[in-house]
Design a protein around this ligand. Structure first.
Ligand code: NAD
Length: 273
């Protein structure tokens, strides 16, 4: 699914270059040397190369100060070659994540985490949508299901996945329930879901008894267990009950990077208007 969309993005990148002489550019700031973050950043660079987007990675040492980080963001905000800026999360504990994200120009905030973009999503305005929920919604649309009036349950209420996912499903006229660590009778609620999104961070958390037969199940989780990547859904069990299910790896993770490429392309298109 990602492959097809990436081909379309590559065509649009090439078109933008021919018509307007603009090559979309993405800058990724990586602070420290968290192994998982290094893999994500490498995959983002590879994705850019695949579709013809210019990319650069700025690696800052673990003990970088807030001032130095923000100075780097300011420099990239001014750089005409860069249309998208991404600060790889999580940042080391001594840094203020919210302040760093707020420093990125909203039009270059290709992660969609800036308060202005979060506010636009909340109020139904046109802003930049966070990549993971945007990708998950794209996959849900591929099933061909008419979403209007469907019961959607999102497990997880984080700012980067759970909450924006719920808002996107609400925009699709689903009846949305958000579940979290204090939710009571979780299986009872998830069994009502025509669309079930798991963004919990616990391997194999969603079991077959929690799933309505025929439901669409979107597994956002990325958990490392014994050196292997596993999702939040017990894939082998749940695939026998669900009507449609995304695998981990190879599902939402790859689509998330594809959406980052799309957000960068769109930022470059806006810059050229
Ligand atoms: P988070 O830790 O910020 O949020 C987890 C959520 O799960 C919380 O809102 C919490 O209330 C809820 N939760 C925890 N225990 C629960 C329980 N027992 N019952 C119900 N809810 C419970 O995590 P996040 O950043 O939202 O990420 C969630 C998962 O998605 C992680 O595995 C993360 O690695 C993955 N992720 C994947 C991508 C991707 O590209 N595929 C992107 C971002 C995050």
């Amino acid at each position: 699914m990602s492959e097809c969309l990436r081909r379309e993005i590559a065509d649009q990148v090439s078109h933008l270059q021919t018509e307007k002489g603009i090559v979309p550019g993405l800058a990724v700031i990586l602070v420290g040397n968290d192994p998982a973050s290094e893999i994500y950043v490498r995959n983002k660079g590879n994705g850019c190369r695949e579709v013809g987007i210019y990319s650069e990675t700025i690696t800052l040492p673990e003990d970088t100060t807030q001032t130095a980080l923000e100075a780097e963001i300011d420099r990239l905000n001014q750089d005409q070659q860069i249309h998208g800026i991404l600060v790889q999360l999580p940042l080391p504990k001594h840094l203020d994540e919210a302040a760093a994200l707020a420093r990125i120009l909203p039009e270059k905030d290709v992660d969609g985490f800036h308060l202005l973009n979060a506010g636009k999503l909340m109020t139904g305005g046109i802003g930049v949508t966070p990549c993971t929920p945007k990708g998950a919604l794209y996959m849900i649309h591929q099933t061909g299901m008419d979403l209007s009036g469907k019961q959607a349950v999102v497990i997880g209420r984080s700012n980067i996945v759970g909450k924006p996912m719920a808002l996107l499903l609400l925009q699709e006229n689903c009846t949305v329930t958000i579940c979290h660590s204090r939710t009571k009778n979780l299986p009872e609620i998830t069994r009502q879901a025509d669309i079930l999104v798991a963004a919990v961070g616990k391997a194999g958390f969603v079991t077959p008894d929690m799933v309505k037969p025929g439901a669409i199940v979107i597994d956002v989780g990325i958990n490392r267990v014994d050196g292997k990547v596993r999702g939040d859904v017990d894939f082998d069990g749940v695939k026998e009950v669900a009507g449609w299910i995304t695998p981990v790896p190879g599902g939402v993770g790859k689509m998330t990077i594809t959406m980052l490429l799309q957000n960068t392309l769109e930022a470059a298109e806006r810059a050229g208007q």
